[in-house]
Design a binder for this molecule. Structure first.
Ligand code: DX5
Ligand code: ZN
Length: 220
């Protein structure tokens, strides 16, 4: 049986009621908290930074999965470890020395993730896949929640899954952007292990039930 990890994206939460939304995720069947950090340079948007992450980790009782959409992420690896990140993912497109960055993340006791923009081929990870704990395939262009899912994602997931099997690694595959009950199951069949969902969860009439339904839909 395959149990898919569901990671609600806090970017879509109500920031005036952040503690309420965090407790909702704590009490739900969700597995992780997905945290989007944007710097207004790597992506055309600014989300939130360290004080907000500190407030989140104070209440969150599940794995903290941090997605850095920032240039030169090496500058902040230790800071995110100190703030309680369990998984730290950096963009392939933002790292000149990706291998060094991944080692630095692991040296701080976190799991190391690499995120690929929609235009970045999974084949570029061939020589580094054994050093990566998690690959996140962006299924929208990063920077905003609530965008529509890019259909080409399925074939990227299949290619990456084949590479992971061929290379005999335990790397897991995360999908981020536009995930709904319309594409969740097909993504898992293609090889996804973790589904991030922002608007689909938080804008739902009943977010707790929506998470539970996603969980059932993606348990194969
Ligand atoms: C986009 C972020 C996503 C976003 C997902 O740049 O990385 O994590 O919050 O939100 P939805 O699920 O609404 O597309
Ligand atoms: Zn994200």
């Amino acid at each position: 049986m395959k149990n898919t990890i569901i990671a609600p994206s806090v970017l879509a939460a109500d920031f005036a009621n952040l503690q309420r939304d965090i407790e909702m995720i704590n009490a739900s069947e969700a597995d992780w908290f997905h945290i989007d950090i944007m710097d207004g340079v790597f992506v055309p948007n600014i989300s939130f930074g360290m004080p907000v992450l500190e407030a989140i980790t104070k209440h969150a009782k599940k794995t903290i999965d941090v997605h850095l959409m920032i240039v030169d992420p090496d500058r902040y690896i230790k800071t995110f470890a100190d703030l309680g990140a369990n998984i730290l993912s950096v963009h392939y497109e933002a790292c000149t020395h990706l291998h060094r960055t991944l080692q630095a993340i692991k040296a701080e006791g976190m799991q190391a993730g690499v995120v690929l923009n929609p235009h970045t081929s999974v084949g570029l990870l061939e020589d580094i896949i054994n050093d990566i704990d998690l690959v996140c395939i962006m299924s929208v262009n990063p920077g905003f929640g609530g965008q529509s899912f890019i259909e080409n994602t399925y074939s990227k997931v299949e290619k990456l899954k084949a590479m992971i099997i061929r290379k005999n690694t335990s790397t897991i595959i995360e999908i981020d952007g536009g995930v709904t009950n319309k594409n969740a199951k097909q993504l898992v069949i293609a090889g996804a292990d973790v589904l991030v969902a922002g608007n689909f969860v938080f804008k739902a009439e009943n977010p707790t039930q929506t998470i539970a339904d996603l969980k059932v839909l993606t348990t194969l």
